[in-house]
Design a protein around this ligand. Structure first.
Ligand code: SER
Length: 584
């Protein structure tokens, strides 16, 4: 079975069980600067898990495009991926453990035809915060899993939360027995030896953990499940690694055809980073030196480095992109539409990186000349490391160049320095991931409403061609990207600012209304990416001046916003301008 068939089976199965299929959110969360990327299917649904009414109902299912880069340096082994697709189903205060487990069991054994004896499950053992999950245990027994394949573990294994704060709860996890021999007498699904592979996680979200570590009961009992598509595909196809399934195999083959070296790890890294970078770029990400942009840059540079290692001419990059998109287009037709754009971004970054490397080489020469003048013939570890850290100059390249220059290299502590560096950057990115989900505090909410006012004002002042292209909100400021071909004049900026402030002064009411998507569009409501919205949508109106499809949240009245001020107007990309503004 191909990945797309598993995805379709999944969505159909849950649709048959009363779930509405909702579209995947982008990998770059909208209006949520608190996390770098969408890391799980539940992420865009947090407001609804906390009790807000979802326009598509209380049984939902989707596939979600996810990026998790905490283990970026592990990619190249036989299992780690930075991009993956998560299939999920949700009950928002509707069904709970019994129905959830019965459906999962039915899907695995009937739809995917996994032999029941290959399944093991784990349940939450209980602690001071929450009781032992005997209900899940009973449900599994009833479904047909015998006692000896049901395990109980504590919070480390059987509790799920995104970050430090948020909706959470005990989970029950399903494992596939690969048939490998047990690693010891105590071999079990949590031992990590590879005999058992986790395939699905059903979280019973009935708690909220606050920053101070306290657990309280949520207003509703939710179910949040996640099934990793690539892993499931690999298992069902009897493959040993995800790189052998149809989403990667053509790229792996192309690389084998182009390469002069047999570095399987490098081929995997190239194939994997190529795909995840494309997915990030496709959803609007661009390389830079901070946060999301930096992760994308790291992915692209690592990919380029490994292409070099494979001695593949970098001019082949567009060809590789074509092969990868060809393999992915059935699942992500949007890649095809964006093909040229993806190529442009990747090629530009590759060229930049090659320049960086050239600079590194110059720096290397300087260092060597100086050392030789001093009668020294050895590069110390710190120098090798500095070249790596400052110039992105790979140590293996330093070694090669040193050899050509008849220099020795001291590498004894390199791993230590490297690990320290990694630990630091990992801490950085984990801290970001763990930073919790969109806080949507009072300030963010105000800015959210301000973006609607700004959008409306720009249309009045500049024309109806203005459409929102993106936004980013923190508690301190807002950023708003919109289509417009020219720099705004000072008068235009002033007019927009005045208009927004007039609307604030008019104390306009903000109202929300649910309706079918078609109706919303016919009513002329603004919408950024129509395909991203489910069939039933929420339309937010501000007085008579603005109407937009939106997930909220918003203030009740524009008078809450204070004074609006544009700080900057600048180019964002071709045909797109960016405004930075504050409320004061
Ligand atoms: N949120 C859970 C996970 O990511 C289940 O979807 O595993």
């Amino acid at each position: 079975m191909k990945a797309i068939d598993i995805r379709n089976k999944y969505l159909k199965f849950f649709e048959k069980h009363g779930h509405t299929i909702i579209p995947s959110a982008p990998v770059i969360p909208e209006n949520d600067p608190s996390v770098l990327f969408t890391t799980a299917g539940m992420h865009p649904l947090v407001p609804y898990l906390l009790g807000e009414k979802h326009p598509a109902g209380n049984r939902l299912t989707d596939y979600q495009k996810c990026i998790r880069t905490v283990d970026i340096d592990e990619v190249g082994d036989n299992r780690h991926l930075t991009y993956f697709e998560m299939l999920g189903n949700w009950s928002l205060g509707d069904y709970f453990k019994e129905e959830s487990i019965a459906m999962s069991y039915e899907f695995l054994t009937k739809e995917l035809q996994i032999p029941a004896e290959k399944l093991s499950v784990t349940c939450f053992a209980g602690d001071d915060d929450a009781p032992r999950d005997t209900i899940s245990y009973e449900c599994w027994k009833k479904a047909g899993i015998p006692d000896e394949r049901i395990y109980f573990f504590g919070k480390d294994d059987n509790w799920w939360i995104a970050g430090e704060e948020g909706p959470c709860g005990p989970d029950t996890e399903m494992f596939y027995d690969t048939g490998k021999p047990a690693c010891s007498e105590n071999c079990n699904p949590s031992c990590g030896c590879g005999k058992y592979v986790e395939i699905w996680n059903n979280v019973f979200m009935e708690y909220f953990k606050s920053k101070d570590g306290k657990y309280t009961k949520l207003a509703q009992k939710n179910v949040d499940t996640g099934l990793g598509l690539e892993r499931m595909t690999m298992l069902l196809q009897g493959k040993q690694t995800p790189f052998e399934i149809e989403l990667f195999a053509p790229v792996m083959e192309k690389l084998a055809e182009l390469q002069n070296q047999d570095f399987i790890q490098s081929r995997r890294i190239v194939a994997e980073h190529l795909r995840s970078s494309m997915m990030i770029i496709n959803d609007g990400g661009r390389p830079s030196n901070v946060e999301r942009g930096y992760i994308l840059r790291r992915l692209l540079r690592r990919m380029t480095r490994h292409l070099n290692k494979l001695q593949i001419n970098l001019e082949k990059l567009p060809e590789l992109i074509d092969v990868s998109i060809e393999a992915l287009q059935e699942m992500y037709p949007e890649l095809l539409k964006n093909q040229q754009n993806i190529k442009n971004v990747m090629i530009e970054e590759k060229d930049k990186f090659m320049k960086t490397l050239a600079k590194g080489e110059k720096e290397f020469e300087k260092i060597v000349t100086k050392l030789k003048a001093e009668g020294k013939h050895k590069l110390d570890t710190q120098t090798v490391f500095n070249l790596y850290e400052t110039y992105g100059f790979p140590p293996e390249m330093t070694l090669e160049l040193a050899e050509e220059n008849e220099m020795q290299v001291e590498m004894t502590d390199f791993d230590k320095l490297f690990q320290e560096h990694q630990a630091k950057s990992r801490m950085g990115s984990e801290a970001k991931f763990k930073g919790g989900l969109a806080s949507n505090g009072e300030e963010e909410t105000k800015y959210h409403t301000a973006t609607h006012l700004l959008n409306a004002a720009l249309k009045v002042v500049l024309g109806q061609h203005v459409h929102q292209k993106g936004s980013n909100i923190t508690a301190e400021r807002m950023r708003f990207d919109f289509s417009h071909p020219a720099k705004m004049t000072p008068e235009e900026k002033q007019q927009v600012e005045d208009l927004v402030n007039n609307w604030i002064a008019e104390e306009l009411e903000v109202t929300a209304e649910e309706m079918p998507k078609e109706e919303a569009l016919q009513s002329g409501a603004e919408c950024m990416f129509i395909e991203k919205y489910p069939d039933r949508v929420t339309v937010y109106s501000i007085g008579e001046i603005s109407k937009e499809l939106c997930g909220g949240p918003h203030v009740k009245n524009t008078k809450e916003l204070g004074h609006f001020k544009i700080q900057k107007e600048e180019a964002s990309s071709s045909g797109v301008r960016r405004i930075k503004a504050i409320l004061e």
